[in-house]
Design a protein around this ligand. Structure first.
Ligand code: SF4
Length: 267
């Protein structure tokens, strides 16, 4: 049986009643705690014996998952060794500098050598370095189409969609509810572009480029009268021609984690 690295695969087998008897607010939070090794399956009194057996010994807790991501990085590096970076540079919207591939991410140069080592003046996070190498290996070179789609409409995204909302869209909406000017600040910090907010009738629309041909659009709707605020993250429809869905998820959620850190420093 396949291993489980995604909390949603646990969530699917839970009762989904959000009763909180496990001392967590809901079943999704419980799933996330199990994958981090903070809760055991037996902490949910309503998980059926049958489903517990289905999950038993298949869950890779987060530390192991991080190691698995490290292995992904090593596998990608091995593949980079067989790619002619100079030939692929143009296709990727990148350039060669002193024998290394220079790729712009959020306005900053990241350099990749022939062995797949990533360097930059900025800190290189795993949430970015894995998609960056994956982009070099998998990108078709297709230019953005200009058609924006939510994460759930990308190929293979549906099982990860609840987690994308929980770890990406909800935390960012909360951040902007507290500080709606944050998106404007991010525009300057990460060389973003103001997008045409008539597109989705949003109050703020901002495009960032974590990879040259993989733009991400953030739209925020301010609260109005009885209406709560809202936030959506969109990807260009061509994103799946550049990256596997795990890397697209990693870029979206990784960016939000970084915004949270920046907002924390500003308060
Ligand atoms: S006890 Fe079980 S059913 Fe209740 S919220 Fe926790 S995980 Fe969900």
């Amino acid at each position: 049986m396949s291993k489980i690295t995604n909390p949603f695969d646990i969530y699917k087998l839970l009762p989904q009643t959000n009763c909180s008897e496990c001392a967590l607010p809901n079943c999704l939070a419980f799933s996330a705690a199990v994958i981090k090794g903070q809760k055991k399956l037996t902490d949910c009194p309503y998980l059926t014996v049958e489903n517990r057996e289905l999950l038993a010994n298949r869950i890779i807790i987060r530390e192991e998952f991080t190691r698995a991501r490290g292995e992904d990085l090593d596998a990608l590096k091995n593949r980079i060794c067989f790619i002619n970076l100079s030939e692929k540079a143009h296709l990727l919207g990148a350039r060669m500098v002193s024998g290394k591939l220079a790729i712009k991410s959020l306005g900053k140069d990241f350099f990749v050598d022939a062995k797949g080592n990533v360097t930059s003046e900025c800190h290189t996070h795993v949430w970015l370095s894995v998609p960056l190498l994956s982009y070099i290996v998998h990108s078709s070179g297709m230019d953005p189409t200009g058609r924006w789609v939510p994460f759930r409409e990308l190929k293979g995204a549906s099982p990860m969609e609840p987690l994308f909302v929980q770890r990406g869209e909800i935390p960012l909406k909360k951040l902007l509810d507290r500080n709606s000017e944050l998106l404007e600040d991010l525009l300057g910090i990460f060389s973003g572009k103001r997008a045409d907010n008539r597109l989705f009738s949003s109050d703020i629309a901002l495009t960032l480029y974590p990879l040259p041909k993989v733009p991400i659009l953030f739209c925020y709707w301010s609260p109005e009268g009885d209406m709560d605020s809202d936030l959506s993250i969109f990807f260009d429809a061509s994103a799946e021609r550049h990256l596997q869905i795990e890397s697209i998820f990693s870029l979206g959620v990784g960016l939000v984690m970084m915004f949270e850190k920046i907002a924390g420093k500003h308060t």
